[in-house]
Write a protein that binds this ligand. Structure first.
Ligand code: AMP
Length: 303
């Protein structure tokens, strides 16, 4: 099953304590689509400006990403994000975010070929755009939204409406705390989120791993991937979401085994993303490499 990934396609300028990249390929939908490409056919739904780098499109196509939904507005500029990581690479600050062509009233254009796509990831981006897309889709089987502090703070009402229309929400522990007001207890925060509308919530907890919780009471936990050598943490969250949804689309199932497999692969792919700047860590990676990493991870688990 293909996976539709809506979100940003951006130029990212990233500084770490030891290195930097300027105007690299980034954006939530891009990271998610590349992570999903190991498991399924991703359909990228994003908007860029006339300054978009065509080499980025070629790189995505080589990964099997379908770009029919990449809208180019020649007279506008591509979304730009600039961030800096501190010595503790778990901490970062956003120095610049320019939405540019991704305006607050952006309505995604949906190609005919995507109209019946059943697996949908609403990656980090405006809930207004997410809602506009959902209005155009009728055949969905699983819709997950990702969100971040920026939208929790700036568009809380639209986000509340979105939560009533999606099957699942994926976010990290600090975002779950910001959304619910429940601090220092991700499981309690997750239960509160289930009361806001979605049937499933996935909380990413950094070095404490991640968990999936459902309204029916199912909980699956996965530890953090212990083997990464961190170079650039950017995109780990988007990659986790993309890989998780990619596996669920591949399995076309939400049974316990599929969900556990999705969490395992998502953890590994997110762990691989951060081993290089932007998407460089995936340059020589195919499904076999990912499978081998998953086996190594499985061997490290106590059960
Ligand atoms: P992550 O490291 O998983 O939080 O994702 C970082 C990616 O999100 C970068 O590639 C940015 O281009 C993108 N990004 C940053 N801020 C926003 C925003 N407000 N809306 C959409 N995408 C964003």
């Amino acid at each position: 099953m293909p996976l539709l990934t809506l979100g940003s396609a951006a130029f990212d300028s990233v500084q770490t304590p030891s290195d930097a990249r300027d105007h690299a390929l980034g954006g939530s939908a891009v990271y998610a689509a590349v992570a999903a490409s190991f498991f399924t056919k991703p359909q990228l739904l994003a908007i860029v400006g006339g300054d978009w780098n065509d080499e980025f499109s070629c790189a995505l196509q080589l990964r099997g990403v379908d770009l029919q939904g990449l809208e180019v507005r020649k007279d506008q500029k591509t979304t730009f994000w600039k961030g800096r990581y501190f010595d503790d690479m778990n901490q970062r600050e956003t120095l610049t975010f320019e939405g540019n062509v991704m305006t607050p009233d952006y309505v995604p254009f949906l190609p005919d070929a995507y109209q019946e796509t059943r697996y949908v990831l609403l990656g980090n981006g405006s809930p207004v755009a997410d809602l506009a897309l959902l209005d155009k889709l009728s055949e969905t089987k699983l819709v997950f939204a990702d969100t971040m502090d920026y939208y929790i703070q700036n568009t809380p009402r639209e986000l509340a409406t979105l939560l009533k229309r999606v099957d699942g929400l994926i976010l990290n522990d600090s975002e779950a705390a910001a959304l619910t007001g429940v601090k220092n207890d991700s499981f309690a925060a997750a239960r509160k989120i289930l009361g806001m509308g979605p049937r499933f919530v996935v909380v990413k907890r950094g070095e404490y791993g991640a968990f999936w919780m459902s309204a029916e009471g199912d909980i699956y936990v996965v530890p953090a991937y212990p083997f990464s050598k961190v170079v650039d943490p950017t995109g780990a969250g988007d990659s986790f979401a993309g890989a998780m949804m990619g596996v669920l689309a591949e399995e076309d199932s939400l049974d316990a085994a599929s969900v556990k497999k999705a969490l395992l692969y998502a953890t590994v792919v997110a762990g691989m993303t951060i081993e290089g700047f932007a998407l460089e860590a995936f340059d020589a990676v195919d499904r076999n490499v990912v499978d081998a990493r998953v086996e190594k991870f499985r061997d490290a688990l106590v059960c």
